[in-house]
Design a protein around this ligand. Structure first.
Ligand code: GDP
Length: 142
């Protein structure tokens, strides 16, 4: 294993994109972007599992909507490695609101709305480590 803090981030292909048949297209963009996929699986989160993942957003007005959406169908969870992975993955995703995302970003291309915006990415190295370990054991990291 080549575990190096700073080079790892966590991503989700959200239920809207998986439902829409975009998993393959997003994975292609990830590998084209120079990321190595260190771990990957399809999961269908329960509402409680989604609430655990988004715990930091519990007080936000959209928490209920967000966790209902994230548990509405399968999603693909990913551990991604690249130099400067956190920023590189957020750059590839684009702004939270697909309507405001730059051309060529995943959210612009695949996102439907502010809530259903196709992909998730960690916002810091610290959160990347927490989020990777929420979904993957060390044995699942290749
Ligand atoms: P991100 O880091 O770009 O994903 O954005 P945030 O951390 O601000 O929000 C987390 C996630 O909550 C977003 O990716 C959206 O899926 C969702 N979200 C943010 N704002 C809203 C909102 O106003 N309504 C709903 N339904 N979902 C939202």
């Amino acid at each position: 294993m080549t575990e190096q803090t700073g080079n790892l981030t966590f991503g989700i292909i959200k239920p809207d994109a998986v439902r829409g048949g975009k998993t393959g297209a997003v994975l292609q963009r990830i590998t084209d972007g120079g990321f190595k996929i260190r771990a990957m699986k399809l999961i269908h989160m329960t509402k409680k599992e989604a609430e655990g993942f988004y715990e930091v957003h519990r007080e936000r007005p959209f928490f209920g909507e967000l966790t209902t959406f994230m548990s509405s169908g399968p999603c693909a969870v990913l551990a991604l490695e690249r130099e400067g992975a956190v920023k590189a993955w957020r750059d590839l995703m684009g702004a939270t609101d697909p309507a405001k995302a730059d051309a060529g970003t995943l959210r612009k291309e695949f996102g439907g709305s502010l809530g259903e915006n196709a992909v998730h990415g960690s916002d810091s190295e610290e959160n990347a480590a927490i989020e990777v370990s929420y979904f993957f054991s060390r044995l699942e990291m290749v």
